[in-house]
Design a protein around this ligand. Structure first.
Ligand code: ATP
Ligand code: MG
Length: 397
């Protein structure tokens, strides 16, 4: 994009338009999120209307601003735009400049008359502007699949010519979908699950089960690095750390062959549910994906899920691993996720985990000791770290 030509961006809402009465609230939230995302740029004005948000920038930062906006959920597309007087000559001149700037070889013109009183019909504007571009450039017309569409909008107080559009992240503005407590491990999947939720407007807080010394302390640094990448999409993310060692040793001690993972996952969900309720969070989320490992068969999920009535969102449930890896690379978490660190699951993984665990067996294991007392103890010693774009605060929950 030529930042000398353009000093304004137009934000297209996409899915927002289907949201009826919530629309105003969505637009306000999106505007707020955009302001925050662009706080380090030279922005002179941000205005929002029913159909678009406009961002006026002052320096040659257009490309960087667009790149930053592509991480903000709830944006369908971003178009550089320029406002001019609405007489046909001004429109023609600017349309030509914008067409040349696009570096396309084929084009067509598409006009929208928002001011219905404008004396020239849209088709005639298209024809006349198209003719002018043909005469004054080497571009040719292709009405079916042009490289570039010169879009013109006629307003009451002028006209807009739109430059080449850039795709946004789509989804909904963060903060419009409530909050979920995500079970975060250091693997590839759960950070992608976090991103998928954020993209749908759901704010995430993360819960990690740590089992030192069986899992290395370094795993927490890894999680912080992962979350710092994700602050691009949600500027503040809380990471709660659950001291899980004692309970995990008990699980290992009392479980029969093939059952520790199933029992462990049930314990994780019990703790997560209690913690979420305490934090007034009404949903849990995981990076589980059907079929990936023994604990992720439908039968297994059924037995694991049975300990909670809270909804559990599994954004990756039916995604292929390759698809998940592709997203992880795109959002920048992949390289961190593949750093070798032991997760509490891998350390305690039995040789032959059950793909078809039985509920009666799980229940009889859990009757062997007072795990509730252990959970009560755990609930008292969960700690929190807040990961922000730059800093990071430690505190005790
Ligand atoms: P990931 O790549 O996210 O680690 P995975 O393919 O390794 O997933 P599992 O280890 O079976 O699969 O974990 C499935 C899900 O369970 C994870 O995506 C995460 O949501 C949750 N989970 C696993 N281990 C932990 C942990 N130590 N703390 C919190 N959540 C966990
Ligand atoms: Mg894992």
């Amino acid at each position: 994009m030529n930042s000398n030509l353009f000093h304004r961006l137009m934000i297209h809402y996409g899915e927002l338009s289907t949201k009826g009465r919530n629309r105003d609230q969505f637009i306000r939230r999106l505007e707020h999120n955009i302001r925050h995302a662009l706080k380090d740029f030279s922005i002179s004005k941000i205005t929002s209307s029913h159909d678009h948000i406009y961002i006026d920038f002052v320096k040659e930062e257009g490309d960087k601003i667009i790149k930053r906006l592509q991480d903000v959920s709830g944006i369908h597309a971003i178009s550089p735009v320029i406002k001019i007087a609405s007489d046909l000559d001004s429109i023609k001149k600017m349309a030509l400049e914008v067409a040349l700037d696009s570096q396309a070889s084929t084009f067509k013109v598409q006009t929208k008359r928002l001011d219905k009183a404008y004396p020239i019909h849209s088709d005639n504007i298209n024809r006349s502007v198209g003719g002018f571009i043909l005469e004054n450039s080497s571009l040719t017309v292709d009405v079916h699949s042009p490289d570039f569409i010169v879009r013109i909008q006629i307003l009451n107080d002028g006209a807009l010519v739109l430059g080449k559009s850039f795709a946004g992240a789509g989804g909904y503005p963060l903060g419009t979908g409530g909050k979920a407590l995500l079970l975060l491990s250091g693997g590839i999947d759960s950070p992608v699950a976090a991103y998928s939720l954020i993209r749908r407007g759901i704010e995430v807080e993360c819960l990690h089960f740590a089992a030192p010394p069986y899992t290395q302390v370094g795993v927490i640094d890894k999680l912080e690095d992962l979350l710092r990448v994700l602050t691009r999409y949600q500027s503040k993310i809380k990471l709660y750390i659950v001291p899980f060692t004692n309970l995990q040793l008990s699980i290992y001690k009392y479980s029969s062959e093939g059952y520790p993972i199933t029992v462990m996952r049930r314990m994780m969900l019990r703790i997560a549910e209690r913690f979420a309720a305490h934090k007034r969070i009404s949903a849990l989320a995981t990076g589980e994906s059907l079929g990936q490992v023994a604990s992720q068969t439908l039968k297994s999920l059924y037995v694991i899920n049975n300990v909670t009535t809270m909804p559990i969102i599994r954004p990756l449930a039916v995604m292929d691993k390759l698809q998940i890896i592709e997203v992880a690379k795109k959002i920048g978490t992949y390289e961190i996720s593949i750093r070798p660190f032991e997760d509490c699951c891998t350390i305690f993984a039995p040789k032959n985990p059950k793909t078809m665990p039985h509920m009666y067996e799980v229940r009889s294991i859990e009757e062997k000791w007072d795990f509730k007392a252990e959970i009560d103890e755990i609930m008292k010693s969960i700690t929190v770290k807040e990961i922000t774009e730059k800093s990071q605060l430690d505190a005790i929950f």
